[in-house]
Design a protein. Structure first.
Length: 165
């Protein structure tokens, strides 16, 4: 989906969002159930330009993830939150996950704090948010995190723009 200047979310999250989920969470996404531990959801957030009504993907602004671990992250709904400026694994910027991330995901408690939902499409994730988002079709992801999620290594994202880092 795309959040543009018309949205109150623009400051925090303006840009073109591609959402991915790893295979651990896929069944839960499809059934709309609670996600198992080790589920990873990732947003790849890009700048964009508009040309003749087409939204064109620009440079990466940030990579943001949610990693499920019910025990470890009990105070934030069982999800660990982290994000990296420009997607740079050496530039994490979440220092207070409750304030910076979780509070805004709390309204989605009935969906295990996850906004995106599945659409019955071979590869589909529907994203909800400002402006009736078009479906997002990105899915596969394998990302390795350091123990405190201060850095990460993405090894595979099908259809995506990530490379080994
Ligand atoms: C201002 C509200 C807000 C804040 C703050 C926020 N999010 Fe989100 N987040 C959303 C919305 C709305 C979506 C779904 C739409 C989208 O972005 O594609 C979302 C989606 C996500 C997703 C994809 C899974 C899902 O829920 O659909 C991840 C991962 C994520 N956010 C991580 C983070 C992290 C990490 C932070 C803190 C740096 C954060 N978010 C802060 C509102 C917020």
């Amino acid at each position: 989906m795309v959040i543009d200047k018309g949205s109150p979310l623009f400051e925090a999250m303006g840009g073109m969002h591609n959402v991915y989920i790893n295979s651990t969470g896929e069944a839960a996404l499809k059934k709309g159930e609670q996600y198992p531990d080790k589920t990873v959801l990732l947003i790849d957030l890009h700048e964009f330009t508009i040309s003749d009504g087409s939204y064109l993907e620009g440079p990466r602004k940030a990579t943001a993830i949610m990693l499920k671990n019910k025990k470890k992250y009990a105070s934030t709904g069982g999800w660990g939150f982290q994000a990296w400026a420009g997607g740079d694994p050496t530039k994490p910027f979440v220092t207070d996950p409750t304030k910076q991330c979780f509070e805004c995901h709390q309204p989605k408690k009935d969906q295990d704090y996850v906004y995106s939902t599945y659409i019955p499409d071979p590869d589909g994730i529907r994203q909800h948010g400002a402006g009736g988002a078009p479906p997002c079709r990105r899915r596969h992801l394998r990302v390795l995190f350091s123990p405190h999620m201060s850095s990460y290594r993405s090894t595979e994202i099908t259809h995506g723009t990530h490379r080994d880092v």
